[in-house]
Design a protein around this ligand. Structure first.
Ligand SMILES: Nc1ncnc2c1ncn2[C@@H]1O[C@H](COP(=O)(O)OP(=O)(O)OP(=O)(O)O)[C@@H](O)[C@H]1O
Ligand SMILES: [Mg+2]
Length: 509
């Protein structure tokens, strides 16, 4: 049995009436990775925030290396050897790599000598995360997301942690970068550090974790060695019941062509895309990160610059502008939920309805009750877990925010839905609900473009799949005619690049 690094007993935490953690107990061992698993809103992030000093417990005790641990804030957590890697990067983008690493560390001051020792320390930690060639004076925001994340890990290492907490670190990373991250986690584990790792991808959990702990509705409902439990047993623990179908199919029939995209080109991407979308169809778009999939959706929606080409809906040409797109029935779910999706400080009601208040306006007044009823109805439809419709969206768990974002475009009565990574950060049970929802929407005659980096879901849900590479839509075929390997082969295709290479590799094949 390995040594205990962390022991948590009976920790509870409430936010107002929401009981985020209810008598949680768990353990993490030195030199092991503990996967923290649970549905959206189960309390995973809250637990890590408590450990990293961002929140205080209401009740319960924590011990690190057998010593009582109750951090007064992030600084005191770091001093006690606990480092946290947030899902959304938590660095100062305009500063240099070395400044980011040294920021907030004790003993950082002026003086040439000190600067030189600091440089050495920065180089050491950058080497440890494999960034051997990165210039410490480089400005952070010029680096790729994956590199920035490694810098964040380097910063964590500079504090010489005992325990490192990862909250969904891979949700924005392409597969090659995920593997690189795993190599680093393996090294950290080998050096005796304890790691807690949150992910909604059970394949990942199986690859990287030694043990698991499952939270459901804020309670610990199971823990053990990952080798001793099957995926379906984990899912049953998470959801509290058996999930029979991870990919429910809803029968839907495909109708007449509805959207014609012709030679659509943007600033750099997309390039000359031709695509016809039919009524009642779910069309998947696969491709590498950087292949231009999001840009295709954004140009179609009039959000990104269109240099050439046209979009026609129901036989009418559409102006390349967001207003015109919305009027024509297009709805876009942006991949960047935090910055482009929802207003974090506004309520669920406001977020759901702000795009179309007209149904609730009468003689210049807003019928607040009708608006609330509609919001409740949509929340129920997509099963948002929240204290009330008045709760600010920023207080919801990641997955529940995503559901609100989807409900919003449904509320706008969009019937051509452009969904960019709609299941990012969503738990397995809820993913199944979202697939079913997409099937129902298609059955009702809506058309859906579904961009995803998770190939199994595209193969299971879509009627046709198109593959993008280097800004171009390379091939569109019925899903039954594709194999995962054939999609990959086209996605990594051998055509010369017009400009900078997109980040290599396919996400989570
Ligand atoms: N600052 C806050 N104020 C109010 N409620 C909060 C706050 N932070 C979290 N909650 C609530 O606590 C519960 C647990 O949220 P948490 O973010 O820990 O879930 P999670 O397991 O990380 O979910 P996800 O998988 O979606 O990220 C949710 O119901 C959430 O709405
Ligand atoms: Mg979370």
């Amino acid at each position: 049995m390995t040594e205990l690094a962390l022991q948590i007993t009976g920790v509870s935490k409430s936010f107002g009436n929401t009981r985020a953690l209810d008598d949680v107990s768990l353990q993490a061992h030195c030199g092991e990775v503990l996967a923290l698993i649970g549905e959206n809103g189960a309390g995973k992030s809250t637990l890590l925030k408590i450990l990293s000093g961002a929140h205080r417990t209401d009740r319960g005790e924590m011990f690190i290396d057998g010593r009582r641990y109750s951090p007064q804030g992030p600084q005191s957590a770091r001093a006690a050897g606990v480092a946290m890697i947030y899902q959304e990067l938590n660095l100062a983008p305009e500063l240099s790599v070395e400044d980011n690493i040294m920021l907030g560390l004790p003993g950082t001051g002026l003086g040439l000598l000190r600067r030189e020792t600091q440089r050495q320390r920065v180089r050491d930690v950058l080497n440890r995360v494999g960034l051997v060639d990165l210039d410490p004076r480089a400005i952070l925001c010029d680096q790729s997301v994956a590199t920035q994340q490694l810098v964040e890990i380097a910063r964590a290492l500079a504090t010489r942690p005992r325990l490192i907490l990862f909250d969904e670190p891979t949700s924005s990373l392409p597969q090659a970068d995920v593997q690189r991250l795993f190599q680093i986690i393996n090294q950290l584990r080998a050096s005796g550090i304890a790691i807690i790792y949150i992910s909604h991808f059970l394949e990942e959990v199986r690859q990287i974790a030694d043990r698991y702990a499952v939270l459901r509705d804020g309670k610990s409902v199971g823990a053990g060695r990952i080798a001793d439990i099957s995926d379906s047993q984990i899912i049953t623990l998470m959801v509290g019941r058996d999930v029979e179908q991870l990919y429910p199919r809803v029968t839907h029939s495909i109708g007449a062509p509805r959207v014609h995209i012709r030679r659509l080109s943007g600033k750099r991407q997309p390039q000359q895309v031709d695509l016809t979308l039919q009524r009642g169809e779910i069309l998947g778009i696969a491709g590498l990160v950087g292949a231009g999939r999001s840009e295709l959706l954004r140009s179609t929606f009039g959000l990104d610059y269109v240099s050439e080409g046209s979009v026609e809906i129901d036989g009418r040409p559409m102006q390349p502008a967001v207003r015109a797109a919305m009027r024509a029935g297009l709805g876009l779910l942006s991949e960047d939920r935090k910055h482009e999706g929802l207003a974090q400080e506004l309520s669920i009601i406001d977020n759901l309805t702000m795009g179309s208040l007209r149904p609730y306006r009468k003689w210049g007044w807003l019928n607040l009750r009708a608006r609330r009823r509609a919001a409740e109805c949509w929340m129920q439809h997509v099963q948002v877990k929240a204290a009330s419709p008045e709760q600010p969206v920023g207080q919801l768990s990641g997955g529940n925010q995503q559901k609100v974002a989807i409900a919003r475009i449904l509320h706008q009565q969009s019937n051509v839905l452009l969904l960019d990574e709609p299941t990012k950060g969503i738990d397995v049970g809820t993913k199944a609900e979202i697939y079913r929802m997409m099937g129902n929407l298609a059955a009702a005659g809506n058309s859906i473009v579904f961009v995803s980096s998770y190939l199994p879901e595209l193969m299971a849900v879509c009627d046709r799949i198109g593959v993008m590479a280097r800004g171009r839509l390379q091939a569109v075929r019925p899903t039954t005619e594709w194999t995962a390997d054939a999609i990959m082969a086209i996605a990594v295709g051998s055509q010369p690049l017009p400009t900078a290479a997109p980040s290599h590799d396919f996400s989570r094949k």
